[in-house]
Design a protein. Structure first.
Length: 349
């Protein structure tokens, strides 16, 4: 409960600090309530510390004329891989989802998800991805109105045994978050299992999987720290992987907004929101890691030499991706160069 109180306090402070900007002419605009749908429970860090404060900020700055009602845990129906299409089709006005939930559908964004490309900090990855997306991904996501793209901090390997070397991964059934993370795990010797993240707790309890690869932030929401005792960090930057996210809006829902409402929503889109999201993942991750350590679980890191070995072993995954996206008309090598340059540009300590 102490962890939750600290996280909620931070969210409350952020919401209070948000500027109350009543746009000129907004008093005459109609009230609108948008439905935002996502896949994690309402106790999760992203729900409490990012989506709720963001929605409140939009409402405050619109003078209460633009409200966002959040439906967590797939309350509007469907499965997590269907969220993007729900935004496209208008089942929800806005969704939070992972493009990686539909492998191969959004090849351009996968450049950020390749092994040993991302930074260890979410804010660096989020700034880099937003800048990259503004330049390269508008056409790839043209079926929706993108509000913001971002990416999380370093992911860890959570398992029922300690991982010290690549050999410890052999045959281990690990749930992977994205196609490229799955390919990296297979290259390292693990058995990569794909599933939506809400299925992880039951799959762990029933021994369908031996572990999972997720960042610290989501650990409490899916009870990983209760079901698994060993948590393995990959030290430094670049790190093993990241997952990318998008807040995607139905194009018709955006188009129907009054000009004043669009201005408020646009002011709460793009880079400032990417930075907000990245910081939430970083801050929540630090709090969760501390909680897990105090619980008595084992947190360790592979050696720098072992990390270099993992990086070399996963290089064919990158080469295979560059070759595969040629069929989609993409120059994967150039996209990867851009991502790496942007991660370096936005890197933080």
């Amino acid at each position: 409960m102490a962890v939750r109180r600290r996280l909620l306090l931070g969210a409350a402070v952020a919401a209070v600090a948000a500027p109350a900007v009543l746009r000129e002419g907004f008093a005459q605009a109609p009230e609108v309530t948008l439905k935002l749908h996502h896949f994690l429970p309402p106790v999760s860090n992203p729900h409490q510390r990012f989506l709720v404060p963001w929605a409140r900020k939009v409402e405050t700055e619109s003078g209460g004329r633009l409200k966002i009602q959040i439906f967590p845990a797939m309350q509007l129906g469907g499965a997590p891989p269907q969220l993007f299409d729900q935004a496209r089709d208008g089942v929800a006005d806005i969704v939070w989802t992972l493009p990686g939930n539909t492998p191969g559908r959004f090849p351009g964004i996968e450049a950020m998800e390749l092994p040993f490309v991302a930074h260890k900090r979410g804010i660096a990855n989020s700034r880099a991805l937003q800048e990259y997306a503004d330049k390269n991904l508008r056409d790839e996501f043209k079926e929706v109105h993108p509000i913001v793209w971002w990416a999380h901090d370093h992911g860890l390997i959570h398992a029922g045994k300690q991982i010290r070397t690549m050999e410890d991964l052999k045959g281990l059934k690990l749930r992977f978050p994205t196609r490229q993370a799955g390919e990296a795990l297979k290259a390292l010797g693990a058995s990569a299992i794909g599933m939506p993240i809400p299925q992880v707790p039951e799959s762990l309890a029933q021994k369908v999987i031996d572990g999972c690869v997720v960042p610290w932030e989501v650990v409490p929401a899916i009870k990983v720290h209760e079901l698994l005792k060993f948590h393995t960090e990959i030290p430094g930057s670049p790190t093993l992987y990241t997952s990318t996210f998008i807040l995607a809006m139905n194009k018709a829902s955006y188009g129907k907004l009054a000009p004043e409402a669009k201005r408020v929503l646009d002011a709460n889109s793009g880079m400032p929101v990417a930075e907000m999201a990245g910081k939430v993942w970083d801050d929540a991750g630090a709090v969760v890691a501390d909680m897990v350590a105090k619980r008595g679980n084992t947190i360790s890191a592979i050696s720098a030499d072992e990390a270099a070995r993992w990086r070399k072993t996963t290089e064919p995954v990158i080469a295979a991706w560059i070759e595969s996206v040629k069929a989609r008309g993409l120059d994967g090598g150039k996209l990867l160069e851009q991502v790496r340059a942007l991660v370096d540009k936005h890197k933080v300590a």
